[in-house]
Design a protein around this ligand. Structure first.
Ligand SMILES: [Zn+2]
Length: 212
């Protein structure tokens, strides 16, 4: 038994978990906190995280009524299964529509929204933008930009760490199948890659950030 190595590993574990405990838990303005219950579904076991990135998604759910609240409910009641990830459920932190924002995970816990076991899930706050019929996209994008700016400021995250889901490479947990880079959020990408539309979005985030 290598005692110093074990002691070091223990110290590191304590240090890492205390880092995630130091993460600010303040609620961003205009956000309804409606968390997945601790110990259930996507929070079956505790997975601490210190947020270093913000990952932006779009739900691709066009169903009428599937706004932020409906998605928060689905997360809360374990409706969204993640068959190929480590915990069996999909999860993310915030869902935004044209009139509301719901929080489903604490920002110091990792979700399952970006890249299975990759750095996207291990280090980023996930934000989903709603696309349900009747939902105003421009307002949704604007609210998302404002939320991202607030989170940047609160957690000391630089603009360069606001990324589309497409940024992360998806390699499944169970069979290690490489799914590559997803075209998400599709309406802020150009031919599946960050271009003019993404730059416009980042400029909006930055404008809100500077105004804070
Ligand atoms: Zn996505």
């Amino acid at each position: 038994m290598n005692f110093p190595k074990i002691t070091f590993a223990l110290l590191l574990a304590v240090l890492l978990s205390s880092c995630s405990m130091l993460v600010s838990q303040r609620t961003p303005p205009g956000v309804t906190v409606d968390l997945i219950p601790g110990g259930r579904y996507a929070r079956s076991y505790h997975r601490p995280m210190t947020p270093r990135y913000i990952t932006i998604h779009a739900t691709e759910n066009r169903s009428r009524g599937c706004g932020a609240r409906a998605h928060a409910q689905m997360l809360k009641y374990g409706t969204l299964k993640g068959r190929h990830n480590a915990i069996g459920y999909v999860s993310w932190h915030f869902t935004v529509d044209d009139h509301s924002i719901y929080q489903s995970l604490p920002v110091n816990e990792r979700g399952e929204h970006a890249d299975y076991d990759g750095p996207g899930n291990r280090t980023s706050i996930g934000i989903e933008m709603c696309e349900n019929r009747g939902n105003d996209r421009a307002r949704t994008v604007d609210r998302t930009a404002r939320l991202a700016a607030w989170l940047m400021k609160e957690h000391g995250i630089p603009l360069s760490h606001i990324v589309p889901h497409q940024h992360w490479r998806m390699i499944r947990h169970d069979d290690r199948r490489d799914l590559g880079h997803k075209n998400c959020p599709h309406f802020l990408l150009d031919r599946g890659r960050p271009g003019a539309k993404w730059r416009t979005f980042l400029a909006k985030v930055n404008a809100y950030y500077r105004a804070m």
